[in-house]
Write a protein that binds this ligand. Structure first.
Ligand SMILES: [Cu+2]
Length: 231
């Protein structure tokens, strides 16, 4: 197929407008991927305690071993502060820290390999809450969990660290939670991922909004090509 120059130029300004509009609607702050979240809404993510979703929803419950469970997110904010907390389902007014607060630099895939459960809560229904504080203020996502006996759960493939991600414990953390043995945080630097996923992996994130955005762009390009063929 030959594409005639003038038609191509004529189509581009409107294309850019469409792409710009789509980009604006796909500014995902962060998306909780592991464990399965209560749901993600870009617009409502600013709403405490669970980004606009019903705290008591139990559609997909993840068993959380006391030994630890991974937490995986995709974050579009390069400098963020994280609170990793949980509350009992019977008292969702009171979230407590599972680990000390985390400072994350770099963006893309971010995985805490093993965040311990609360031994006193074994057998209890609970809600995991992630609070990210970054340029957009505080953002929230939650997951339905249940604390169970057991050693740390295995880390799924979609819980990984982009090459630019570096995490550390917030030195200003004043809570009582201590760093778990087996250090959830020590394993979060991007170095291991670099060897397997290449340099740009931190930005090659897969999340619903990004997929939606890519689909829209492909759709737009596809339409333009169709129009050009007709012409
Ligand atoms: Cu944001």
């Amino acid at each position: 197929m030959t594409i005639q120059g003038p038609y191509l130029l004529g189509s581009f300004p409107s294309t850019l407008l469409v792409v710009a509009a789509v980009l604006q609607s796909a500014t995902a702050h962060f998306v909780l991927q592991v464990p399965t979240s209560l749901g993600f809404s870009d617009i409502n993510e600013v709403q405490a305690p669970c980004g606009g979703f019903d705290t008591t929803s139990r559609n997909k419950v993840t068993n959380w071993p006391i030994g630890g469970h991974p937490i995986g997110v995709v974050t579009t904010h390069p400098n963020a502060h994280w609170q990793i907390r949980a509350a009992l389902l019977e008292n969702t007014q009171e979230f407590v820290d599972l680990i000390p607060n985390i400072i994350q630099d770099g963006m893309g895939n971010f995985c805490l390999m093993s965040v311990p459960g609360i031994a006193n809560w074994v057998g209890k229904d609970a809600v995991l809450q992630l609070v990210q504080t970054a340029v957009d203020g505080q953002l929230y996502q939650c997951a339905a969990i249940k604390f169970v006996e057991g050693a740390t759960a295995s880390v799924p493939g979609n819980c990984r660290n982009g090459t630019n991600i570096v995490a550390s414990i917030d030195p200003e953390y004043t809570g009582s939670t201590t760093v778990p043995t087996g250090a959830a945080v020590a394993t979060t630097t991007g170095a291991p991922a670099a060897t397997t996923t290449g340099l740009s992996s931190a930005n090659r994130t897969i999340n619903p909004s990004l997929l939606g955005f890519l689909a829209s762009v492909i759709y737009v390009l596809d339409n333009i090509l169709d129009i050009l063929v007709l012409l």
